[in-house]
Ligand binder design. Structure first.
Ligand SMILES: *Cc1c(COP(=O)(O)O)cnc(C)c1O
Length: 452
């Protein structure tokens, strides 16, 4: 029940006072009631001085005082086309006046049908069916349920998954089951689905990838009869610190899975939509997974929406048995999200986003190569529109050096949230050349300043 809205405050007089009063009121309400994701709340409430953001445009976010910050990670990797791209805003406005939402059971509409068609046209060849859901986690959750359901239809008792150490696949219990970040997994360890973890090819050690593929081959051979699917983040393990591995691993994975009739799932929620320099990370290896998950950039960072694309190999058992996949969120195929996602693909085509990121990717690569010599930098790496450096040997998620860099970067005008001691940039693909230069020099200066 709505009890009552808080009292209005006494009206402030000057412009500066108006701004300060709003800021204070927002922070007070926030600290009293908002439970923040991935945040130690006691410490936050007692000592955080949060940015209060009001507006976002292109590569920038603006706070209530009108200060602007470069969004170094495209707001948790979603704003691939920058914030408030005019064409996406217009597509959203148009669709919201026409039909904001209808359920997708037994009916269809132009945005969702055409989106599926256009998505299949740009996807790795052989993916032909699209299942829509709400975000990256549900795209992976749907993939896992499809794999399990398919085994059930085929009369197979395959109920386990294989994932990589250090993997991150989202937040639901299903996704957490295939998550290989020990810290995130620990509270739920007793209840999650059975998952076998294979060594990460992105360990950073010499011949790490070669040894990891040997281990994966061995595992798939041994456990083929019990595995519903193998799931990987292709080329980059994002959440565990932008850890990268070679495309040859994907080719070998594809080969061994096919040889043993085991499905593999590419979780392209982070890597899709040009982040690695190609439309999909899988494109670097010229492989097509059995199932591909997309979200984040998929709806241009405007709306939560995800999609799970599958090959006929996955879909056929359902078609042959005329089986119902008993799964579907309320907002499955939401017309707003679908209209925006279509416009995202149109912008990628019309603005030649992939071609135009090549020079920027080279700039990021050169800059992070040079950052190796900065004080305190243990490792540095890059791929496409991703640059990352580690400031401690273990690059621990609980480390504090990354947060010192964060503070230094804020002072210099960039919002550079680290992954523990891993400092990274994943800017909007549309970031301008000058803005990219500024961001890279802020990274350099902030790392130097934090090391003093
Ligand atoms: C972010 C992410 C997810 C989860 O997506 P949400 O939209 O946050 O639910 C899943 N997999 C990968 C690889 C991700 O980076």
């Amino acid at each position: 029940m709505l009890r009552s809205l808080p009292e209005a405050e006494a009206p402030p007089s000057t412009v500066a006072e108006v701004g300060e009063a709003r800021r204070t009121a927002v922070v007070r309400a926030d600290k009293a009631h908002v439970w923040h994701p991935y945040t130690a709340m006691k410490r936050y409430v007692e000592s955080a001085d949060p940015l209060v953001l009001e507006r976002a445009s292109g590569p920038y976010v603006y706070d209530l005082d009108g200060r602007r910050f470069l969004d170094a990670n495209a707001s948790w990797w979603v704003a691939v086309l920058g914030h408030a791209h005019p064409r996406l805003v217009e597509a959203l406005r148009r669709q919201s006046e026409m039909m904001p939402h209808v359920a997708l059971a037994g009916v269809t509409h132009e945005p969702v049908a055409r989106l599926a068609e256009e998505l299949v046209a740009v996807a790795p060849p052989g993916l032909t069916r699209v299942f829509f859901s709400d975000d990256g986690s549900t795209a992976v959750e749907a993939a896992m349920k499809m794999a399990l359901h398919r085994c059930h239809l085929r009369g197979e008792r395959r109920t386990r998954f294989v994932a990589l150490e250090g993997a991150f696949h989202g937040e639901t219990l299903g996704c957490a089951s295939v998550g290989g970040v020990e810290l995130f997994r620990r509270p739920f360890a007793g209840v999650v689905i059975d998952c076998l973890f294979a060594p990460s090819p992105a360990s950073g050690e010499d011949d790490g990838a070669a040894r990891a593929i040997e281990a994966m081959i061995e595992l798939v051979r041994r456990e083929a009869e019990t595995i519903a699917a193998v799931v990987v983040e292709p080329l980059v393990q994002g959440a565990s610190g932008m850890r990268m591995y070679p495309a040859s691993y994907l080719r070998e994975l594809d080969r061994v899975c096919r040889a043993h009739d085991v499905l593999w799932i590419a979780d392209e929620v982070f890597t899709g939509y040009g982040r690695t320099g190609r439309m999909w990370a899988c494109d670097h290896a010229a492989v097509t997974p059995d199932i591909l998950c997309t979200a984040k950039g998929f709806s241009g960072g405007m709306l939560p929406m995800g999609a799970t694309l599958v090959s006929e190999r996955v879909f056929a058992p359902f078609a042959e048995a005329d089986a119902t996949f008993h799964y579907g969120h309320s907002f499955c195929g939401n017309p707003l999200g679908a209209a925006v996602a279509r416009e995202v693909l149109a912008v990628f085509r019309d603005e030649r986003i992939l071609e135009r990121t090549q020079a920027k990717a080279q700039r990021i690569a050169a800059a992070f190569e040079s950052f190796r010599s900065l004080p305190g930098v243990v490792r540095a790496r890059s791929l496409g529109m991703i640059g990352a450096l580690d400031l401690s040997e273990s690059s621990s998620y609980l480390g504090t050096i990354g947060w010192r860099v964060y503070e230094e970067a804020l002072r210099r005008g960039a919002w550079l949230r680290p992954l523990g001691d891993t400092v990274y940039v994943t800017p909007p693909l549309t970031i301008g050349d000058d803005e990219l230069e500024r961001l890279l020099s802020i990274v350099e200066d902030s790392v130097r300043a934090a090391g003093r």
